[in-house]
Design a protein around this ligand. Structure first.
Ligand code: G3P
Ligand code: CA
Length: 312
C-alpha cells in the first residue's frame, strides 16, 4: 500500500476518533480477566455485559494453523496441559501451543493465572478460538443492538512466522470472513513489532485501523520521540503505550494526537494499583482527565465504565 493510501486511512480513522474522543473507549483486556480466567468466552461475555467497547484477544497459532486466544506462547501457566499431555513438553520443560492441534488444545481446561483472582482449582472453561470470539461478539451485537468491536493482538509474530505460519495473513483472512474490513471496521489490530504492522499495511493490503504497542523497555524508546511518532503515523492510527510512558512524559498524548493517533495505554487493574494512586478509580481519573487518553486496556471493565460515566 502506498503512502498516500495510508494517509487517507489515517485521516478517515482520525476523523472518527474526533468523535471517539468524546467517548473514551474501554478495551476489555483478555476479557473481564479480573473476574474470570483470561481469554475465555465467559470472560469476554462478562466484559461485553459490563459495557466494554472492545474485546481484546491476544493471538497464538496452533499446529494446524488455527488462531486461538492465548497470551503466552506456552500453555502451562493457564491450562492443565501438564496433566493432559505430560510427555509433550519441549526440552526446556514448556508446552508450546504451536506444537498442538486445535483438537488437542480443546481437550485442555483453562486454569486461572493469578492466585488473587478466580479460584485456580475450578475447571470450567476451554481455550477459545478467534473465530469463536468473533461469533460471540457479533451474536451479542445482534441480540443487544450494541456495536462492540474487537482488538486482536498479533503476539510473538516472529516466533510464529519462523514456525512456518502465515500469522498476519491468517488474521486478515479471519477478519475479512466476518466483515472487519476497511478503515471504519470496528477493529484495531495491535502489535509490538513495527515491521509486522508496516507489512500488514504496505504488503498485505490491510486497511483496518492499526495500533502500535509500545512497551516500557528501552529498546522501544525511539518510538515515543517526535520522529518515532511521525513514522508510526505513516502506517498506524493509534499507539498503545505502557502506562509508565505517559507518566514519564505526559506530552506523549498530545504529540500523538497532533499526528492523528489515538492513545490507548495498558493495563489498568484493580488488584495491581501503583502506590502513587489511592485506587484504580483514582488512577483512571488521572489518565482520562489529566493526561487525556482516548481509552485504555483494563482487566476490570465495570470499574472503568463507572469512572467514565462519572466524568461525563
Ligand atoms: O495489548 C496491550 C497489552 O495487553 C499488552 O500487554 O502482555 O497483556 O498483551 P499484554
Ligand atoms: Ca495484549
Amino acid at each position: 500500500m502506498n503512502r498516500v493510501y495510508s494517509v487517507l486511512i489515517t485521516l478517515a480513522v482520525s476523523s472518527a476518533c474526533v468523535l471517539a474522543n468524546a467517548d473514551k473507549v474501554i478495551i476489555a483486556h483478555r476479557g473481564a480477566s479480573g473476574y474470570l480466567p483470561e481469554h475465555t468466552l465467559a470472560a469476554y461475555a462478562m466484559a461485553y455485559a459490563m459495557g466494554a467497547d472492545y474485546l481484546e484477544p491476544d493471538l497464538a497459532v496452533t499446529k494446524d494453523g488455527i488462531l486461538i486466544c492465548l497470551h503466552d506462547m506456552t500453555l502451562e501457566a493457564t491450562t492443565d496441559v501438564a496433566t493432559v499431555f505430560p510427555d509433550r513438553a519441549r526440552e526446556n520443560g514448556r508446552w508450546y501451543a504451536v506444537d498442538f492441534t486445535l483438537a488437542e488444545i480443546k481437550q485442555l481446561t483453562v486454569v486461572e493465572r493469578s492466585s488473587r483472582r478466580f479460584p485456580q482449582e475450578t475447571r470450567l472453561f476451554q481455550i477459545a478460538t478467534l473465530e469463536e470470539l468473533i461469533q460471540l461478539t457479533q451474536g451479542l451485537n445482534a441480540t443487544t443492538g450494541r456495536d462492540v468491536g474487537i482488538y486482536p493482538e498479533l503476539k510473538d509474530p516472529i516466533f510464529y512466522e519462523r514456525a512456518g505460519h502465515a500469522f498476519s495473513e491468517l488474521l486478515l483472512e479471519m477478519l475479512a470472513k466476518y466483515g472487519y474490513t476497511g478503515p471504519d471496521a470496528n477493529v484495531y489490530i495491535q502489535c509490538f513489532v513495527p515491521a509486522t504492522l508496516k507489512r500488514l499495511r504496505d504488503e498485505l493490503g490491510a486497511d483496518q485501523p492499526l495500533v502500535q504497542l509500545i512497551s516500557d523497555r528501552s529498546m522501544q524508546d525511539a518510538l515515543v520521540t517526535d520522529e518515532g511518532l511521525d513514522e508510526i503515523a505513516a502506517y498506524a492510527q493509534g499507539i498503545g503505550p505502557h502506562k509508565s510512558r505517559i507518566e514519564a512524559d505526559p506530552t506523549l498524548v498530545e504529540r500523538a494526537h497532533a499526528r492523528g493517533l489515538v492513545v490507548h495505554p495498558y493495563t489498568f487493574r484493580a488488584d495491581v494499583v501503583p502506590d502513587k494512586y489511592a485506587s484504580m478509580e483514582d488512577e483512571l481519573r488521572v489518565f482520562l482527565s489529566e493526561y487525556n487518553i482516548d481509552g485504555g486496556f483494563v482487566d476490570h471493565t465495570d470499574i472503568m465504565k463507572r469512572v467514565i460515566d462519572e466524568l461525563e
